[in-house]
Ligand binder design. Structure first.
Ligand code: ASP
Length: 424
């Protein structure tokens, strides 16, 4: 008996985690649809998974960024950072254009009636506030509040300071050797956190089952059917963005590698994003995939990925455009090309300002809708199926972060294309 159990357990463990999570995703969805409302009681088990992931975000970001500043000079960091930001903005603009194009063809929302709901408009934060926010007033509170941009800045400054001071002191002096030891400890810390990610993912199998059962227990299939065209529009746009822009254009053409290898290396992060609906929450897995599977150096991914989780949201941006066209169709308004261009610009800025947390788009939607005079009450209608749509766009968001990171790493000779997922 004991032998059978341990044999079963070994068999279970020999299946790669991502497939076990995928099975939990499907089974959880089925259970939620069958059981209905009572399945929402499982939510705390899902929340536990998300909390476990969130718990490791700050240490992973701090440790890996400090390691990166040991490898790179400030000027190299600046160059890489510049490239990352420019490509992020480019891919987001393309994503919105894709979203607008697809929705102009599919025309979601035509023939639907608006169900009233009151939503209060939100203001986009002023640009100066966003830029100033990059520098935290207090690093400890930035860490405590999970303010990723603030944590990135402080860790970079601290790491660069460590490297500079180490160079000033002679080898053998207490300060020089102390810094060396501190670097070693931080490197060990990063390794430990990556180990922990995989422990958390083992629990993720239960967590994802619970999250899916609870979501479908709550929404049921009816809500999805009603807004099927909206779901299809987002699905098509996400398919084009991932398939054409990331896999063909970036991975195959610019990085010169097989899209299948890229997907093999990124699949854990993609399925986690699909399950937990948060780019920031997925960050530990995204970083671990970049490090262990895509073989990208810390010098690039340690800040491009946390930065991407906060500012690079292609799925979110395209969704804001799609939702605007959907709403215009529901209320029978025709959006001119000029209005669609203004949606593009607003959605780009709004996506940069959107937090990588579940449902964040709904808040930003009011900014975009106000811009072109669409009724905010439509947001209430969309909110019903947002838990489903959020998965697709979050998966798109983090896949974009990884593709751009691989590209910038390639430009800077910071990726080993002969090992890891590229070579199996
Ligand atoms: N949930 C998304 C993310 O974390 C943000 C959103 O579009 O709501 O990436």
């Amino acid at each position: 008996m004991a032998n059978t159990i341990s044999g079963l357990w070994r068999g279970y463990r020999s299946v790669p985690i991502v497939y076990r999570i995928a099975a939990a995703f499907v089974l959880g969805s089925i259970v939620g649809l069958i059981v209905g409302e009572p399945a929402t009681a499982l939510q705390p088990l899902g929340d536990l998974f998300v909390r476990l992931l969130k718990m490791i975000i700050v240490p992973i970001v701090v440790f890996t960024i400090i390691m990166a500043s040991r490898q790179l000079s400030p000027s190299n960091l600046g160059r890489i950072g510049g490239q990352v930001v420019v490509v992020y903005l480019l891919t987001t603009s393309i994503a919105i254009a894709v979203g607008l194009l697809v929705s102009n063809v599919i025309e979601p929302g035509v023939g639907l009636q608006l169900t009233e709901a009151s939503v209060s408009p939100e203001e986009a934060p002023p640009l100066t506030e966003v830029l100033l926010g990059v520098v935290p007033e207090n690093p400890v509170s930035a860490m405590a509040e999970g303010d990723i941009l603030g944590v990135i800045t402080f860790s970079l400054v601290f790491g660069i300071g460590m490297t500079a001071v180490r160079e000033e002191f002679e080898e053998g002096s207490a300060v020089h050797d102390g810094i060396q030891t501190l670097f070693d400890i931080i490197e060990a810390g990063a390794e430990v956190m990556f180990k922990v990610v995989w422990g958390v993912m083992e629990y993720g199998i239960v967590g994802v089952f619970a999250l899916m059962a609870s979501m479908f227990g709550q929404t049921g299939a009816g809500a999805i059917y009603e807004l099927l065209m909206l779901v299809l529009t987002l699905l098509t746009a996400v398919g084009i963005q991932i398939g054409v822009v990331y896999l063909l254009l970036i991975v195959a053409l610019l990085v010169g590698q097989s899209p299948v290898a890229f997907l093999r290396g990124s699949k854990d992060a993609m399925i986690t994003a699909l399950s937990i609906r948060s780019s920031t929450g997925t960050l530990p897995v995204t970083m671990s995939n970049a490090d262990e599977n895509l073989k990208i150096e810390e010098g690039v991914y340690s800040f491009s990925l946390p930065l991407g989780a906060t500012i690079n949201m292609d799925g979110t941006a395209m969704y804001l455009g799609i939702a605007a066209i959907f709403t215009a169709n529901v209320v029978g308004v025709h959006l001119t090309i000029a209005q669609q261009l203004s949606i593009l610009l607003t959605a780009l800025l709004a996506s940069v300002g959107t937090a990588g947390v579940p449902g964040a788009s709904l808040v930003m939607m009011s900014v975009v809708f106000s811009q072109v005079g669409l009724p905010l009450s439509a947001i209430g209608m969309i909110a019903g199926i947002d838990p489903l749509l959020d998965r697709l766009r979050t998966m798109n968001n983090i896949t974009g972060d990884l593709a751009v990171t691989a590209l910038v790493a390639k430009w800077n000779d910071s990726i080993d294309l002969s090992s890891g997922a590229w070579n199996s």
